[in-house]
Design a protein around this ligand. Structure first.
Ligand code: ADP
Ligand code: MG
Length: 347
């Protein structure tokens, strides 16, 4: 009997901010690392070499010497740098693959969650990157569908479900019914935009320059999307704009709320546009059942409350919103193995 390697199937959420790998059979999150790569270019030849990936590379953001660059190969949900993406994916796959098999014998099956708006060319490129990174069979699934399934929405039923995935680079809004996407829209507003707005707010209000890591820390610790009673404060250090020396200031939740007004309004507008575009029957379903929030941006304090107030709909926050897409992808490939499903595309 020929010796066979066991089939391994992974679901990959190749996010702008984070990459997650989930084992399809068990649903366990095997890897969750920032989608960040540190690239060094040699002074003489200009040749580029990847020197750190994921968490190790993220630690270098804003602290790199000349000749080294920390890149996020995915921007706004699409691959901005294919070569670096492939290297990153290769590194991540190697982290989870069983070590006893040489990579050339062992090509895992991979399902990759791609943004709904990705073009055919981009989809093919993502697939090629995965194959280049060591994958065997590659399937693609639309991210909003994976998010909805990861959040346990009844996508197969004839009533409409609405999912809003707020990621790093984009927010994707989708209405799903009968295992298909009825409406989907992606806006280039997400957690990164929130961080950017905090940076520019701090520059104007406190005449101080802060980096993106600090801005994100402010957002996570004291940020809010809705006026709150218990206002939190945080002492922050940066570089003074007037004197070019280090400076320090105290920022509070109300400041952050003010800074985030514009991107939050953008997300609300996109949700309203989706509701207007929905066929009337589905619109009635959504009015009754509400919408589901997924993605890391959904963790911004009270963003569910803001959306509920502004749209008048019931808003639910998915369990573990950061892993929803990857877990959904794993469930979809499982369905394919068990009884076949047409949710996956190979194109
Ligand atoms: P992507 O799919 O683009 O990789 P994710 O769904 O992983 O994005 O979400 C990443 C975004 O979520 C980042 O902008 C990050 O700052 C934000 N985020 C993560 N945790 C929190 C939190 N507790 N509060 C606010 N934002 C958060
Ligand atoms: Mg995502």
């Amino acid at each position: 009997m020929p010796w066979e390697t066991p089939r391994k199937t992974y679901s990959v959420d190749l996010g702008t901010y984070n990459t997650l790998l989930v084992c399809a059979k068990t649903g366990d999150v095997l890897l969750n690392e920032p989608s960040v790569v540190a690239v060094k270019s040699t002074a003489y030849t200009g040749e580029k070499k990847v020197c750190a990936v994921g968490t190790a590379a993220k630690r270098m953001v804003g602290r790199t010497p000349v000749g080294m660059d920390v890149k996020r190969p995915l921007q706004h949900g699409v691959i901005a740098d294919f070569q670096v993406t492939e290297e990153m994916l290769k590194y991540f796959l190697q982290q989870v693959m069983p070590t006893q098999f040489p990579a050339r014998w062992f090509r895992p099956e991979v399902v990759i969650c791609v943004p709904y708006g990705a073009t055919q060319v981009e989809r093919r490129a993502i697939k090629e990157s995965a194959i280049g990174a060591g994958a065997g069979n590659v399937y693609l699934v639309d991210e909003p569908m994976a998010a909805a399934i990861g959040a346990n929405l009844p996508v197969e039923s004839a009533s409409g479900s609405m999912v809003v995935d707020i990621g790093g680079g984009t927010s994707e809004i989708a209405i799903i019914s009968l295992n298909g996407i009825v409406y989907a829209q992606s806006v280039r507003i997400g957690g990164d935009k929130f961080d950017e707005m905090i940076i520019s707010y701090v520059r104007k209000k406190f005449a101080c320059l802060i980096g993106e890591i600090t801005a994100e820390k402010i957002k996570r610790t004291i940020g809010t999307a809705f006026p709150v009673d218990d206002i939190k404060e945080l002492q922050v250090s940066g570089r003074s704009m007037t004197e070019c020396v280090p400076c320090s200031f105290v920022i509070n939740s109300t400041h952050v709320l003010e800074a985030l007004q514009e991107p939050l309004a953008g997300i609300i507008d996109a949700i309203r546009a989706a509701l207007e575009q929905a066929p009337p029957e589905l619109s009635a379903d959504i009015e009754e059942r509400g919408l589901m929030l997924t993605g890391g941006g959904a963790l911004l304090r009270d963003i569910d409350r803001l959306i509920a107030e502004e749209t008048g709909l019931p808003v639910m926050l998915a369990d573990d919103p950061l892993t929803c897409v990857a877990r959904g992808g794993a469930k979809i490939i499982d369905m394919l193995h068990e009884y076949g499903t047409d949710i996956l595309t190979t194109e």
